[in-house]
Design a protein around this ligand. Structure first.
Ligand code: BTN
Length: 255
């Protein structure tokens, strides 16, 4: 065993049937979970790390952390057949609800995968995995810290959960809350109750009704966000009145 892989296996008694594998340090919880899955780990396996040496963000970006002060976790989940995109939404919702529970803040979800507090990104979700199999749904949350500790180019748009209440939040408590929320959301997905999920997402949605620009590869579309669709896509009303569902994109809020 490598020294930085301080593994603690823990099955969570009570409501959440997750098996948690903990590391002090790992390259990426997503990558480690996919390796464990390849070696036979079942759906419901969770990898948590205190720090990552090669954390992965969307669009090939890095995801960096302050060791021990961020929540870094990945959960192995089976994508719902008709709406695989909902896994990202499910994790973002679990994170927003958990932050709501653990800290007096007003978290928001920004399609497709950001978690915001006070308008700043504090968390993100990245789902990765081979087509047709279980997926590693990774969540990173900046929990305790101040913007001064972030790289200068991120200080305007990123932050930490603790900045809003003005006091530290227990990372372990947030982790447990995310897993409990996710357990309930997963049950709703399995039961085909996507409506309940959408209603709760709508409560946290930071974009609905706002004028946004969505960069989708080569194109850039401007319009009014009309909310999440049952399959996890975003509905955008264009300036000419047409409504288009979007699978992916980078959103900028215009007003
Ligand atoms: C984003 O770009 O917003 C998504 C960031 C996802 C980061 C998390 S941290 C835990 C998990 N492991 C990774 O390597 N990435 C995800």
């Amino acid at each position: 065993m490598q020294p930085d892989r301080d593994i603690l296996r823990q099955s969570n008694p009570g409501e959440a049937p997750w098996e948690i594998v903990r590391y002090e340090r790992i390259d990426s919880t997503n990558l480690e979970l996919l390796r464990l899955a390849e070696a036979g780990a079942p759906v419901g396996t969770v990898v948590v790390a205190a720090t990552q040496s090669a954390g992965r963000g969307r669009l090939g970006r890095n995801w960096s952390d302050l060791p021990g002060r961020c929540l870094l976790m990945s959960v192995l989940l089976e994508p719902p057949e008709e709406a695989p995109g909902l896994l990202t939404a499910a994790m973002a919702l679990a994170a927003a609800e958990a932050i709501d529970q653990c800290a007096p803040t007003e978290p928001r979800i920004k399609w497709p995968n950001d978690v915001l507090v006070a308008g700043r990104k504090v968390g993100g979700v990245l789902a990765e995995g081979p087509a047709g199999g279980p997926v590693a749904v990774g969540l990173g949350v900046n929990v305790n810290g101040s913007r001064a500790e972030l790289p200068a180019e991120l200080r305007d748009r990123a932050g930490f959960v603790s900045e809003e209440p003005g006091h530290d939040v227990l990372v372990g408590e947030l982790e447990a809350a995310v897993l409990l929320r996710l357990d309930r959301i997963r049950a709703e997905l399995v039961a085909g109750d996507g409506e309940a999920l959408l209603e709760r997402i709508a409560r946290y949605d930071s974009l609905s009704g706002r004028e946004i620009t969505v960069a989708t590869g080569a194109d850039s579309l401007r319009g009014i966000a009309r909310g999440w669709l049952p399959d996890g896509r975003l509905l955008l009303r264009l300036e000419d009145g047409r409504e288009v569902p979007l699978d992916a994109g980078e959103v900028t809020v215009e007003s």
